[in-house]
Design a protein around this ligand. Structure first.
Ligand code: C2E
Ligand code: CA
Ligand code: CA
Ligand code: CA
Length: 275
């Protein structure tokens, strides 16, 4: 018992340095992966609740690791943010998606909206100019593009961020507030931004059950959005109960495993052809 404390400390110390080492290893691997084309755009369909029509697609980054298989963004986006790789990864995924959509549409597949995720760091790194360049290079119509900015990034009141979001809006690109309800929003600040859509965070969709439908946060968000002329998308819809309730609320669109999980480029193409 005398040595227990010391052993615990040693154990903690070695697992912490293991953790740091594995993160550093991952950071190096990620930087190589970015340069060797292992970052892929995945697509999750978004449906209009009224008609069940596919109206959009959210682009989600995946790392196609040669040994570990497909790695999700929760594991590598934080490292990419820390090491400054995020603008590059965002650019790669966006370029893939814009090019891919142009090719699908040229093959007669009906047009839909494309939503890409932009982090705070990208907003500070001149995301507007880069989007503008990519739109002209690919010929992708700005009106078919939405950028998703998390509520916490959008509520950053720095002049730089407000200006960048304004710039993106003036390109004719839609601005969506992502994970809405998780941060602290000010309506006054929201009104200064060219917001066309808000996305109800999955945690509020999770709350929806048959027994808990009164005065839900989802209901409040839909009402607020519509009062401002903003369209509302619910994310993380996993069952029919949630779909039915959101439809009753007049929520405009939804995405989630209940409809479809994020798909690789080939899977999504097959999905489009079948529907
Ligand atoms: P997000 O923007 O909130 O994306 C939605 C996440 O919910 C995705 O996780 C999606 O796969 C997952 N999801 C969709 N439907 C369901 C459902 O019914 N149930 C559950 N439990 N989950 C569902 P994913 O793909 O792991 O992405 C995680 C986060 O990583 C995203 O959250 C986004 O913040 C970030 N991210 C992904 N791709 C990019 C990117 O290209 N750039 C940037 N900056 N961030 C990205
Ligand atoms: Ca998103
Ligand atoms: Ca989201
Ligand atoms: Ca979310």
């Amino acid at each position: 018992a005398k040595f227990e404390g010391k052993n615990k400390y040693l154990f903690f110390k070695s697992s912490l340095s293991d953790f740091i080492q594995s993160r550093q290893k991952l950071a190096v691997e990620l930087s190589n992966a970015v340069n060797s084309g292992e970052i892929k755009a995945y697509y999750q369909p978004i449906f209009e609740l009224d008609t069940e029509r596919l109206v959009g697609v959210e682009v989600l980054a995946r790392w196609q690791h040669p040994v570990r298989g497909v790695i999700g963004p929760e594991e590598f986006i934080p490292i990419a943010e820390e090491t400054g790789l995020i603008p590059k990864i965002g650019g790669i995924v966006t370029e893939q998606a814009l090019t891919q959509c142009m090719s699908w549409w040229s093959q007669g597949i009906p047009e839909f909206k494309l939503s890409i995720n932009l982090s705070a760091r990208q907003l500070n790194a001149g995301a507007g100019d880069e989007l503008s360049r990519m739109l002209s290079e690919t010929g992708f119509p700005a009106k078919n593009l939405d950028v998703e900015i998390t509520e916490s990034a959008a509520m950053e009141k720095s002049a730089r961020v407000v200006r960048e979001i304004g710039h993106i809006g003036r390109l004719g690109v839609g601005v969506s507030i992502d994970d809405y309800g998780t941060g602290s929003s000010s309506i006054a600040h929201l009104n200064k931004l060219p917001v066309s859509t808000i996305k109800i965070d999955r945690s509020f969709v999770d709350e929806i059950t048959t027994t808990n439908q009164l005065n839900s946060t989802a209901q409040t968000i839909v009402a607020m959005g519509h009062s401002m002329g903003i369209s509302v998308i619910a994310e993380g819809v996993e069952n029919d109960e949630q779909r039915e309730y959101l439809k009753k609320l007049n929520c405009d669109c939804a995405q989630g495993y209940h409809f479809c999980k994020p798909l690789s480029q080939d899977e999504f193409r097959a999905f489009l052809k079948a529907s």
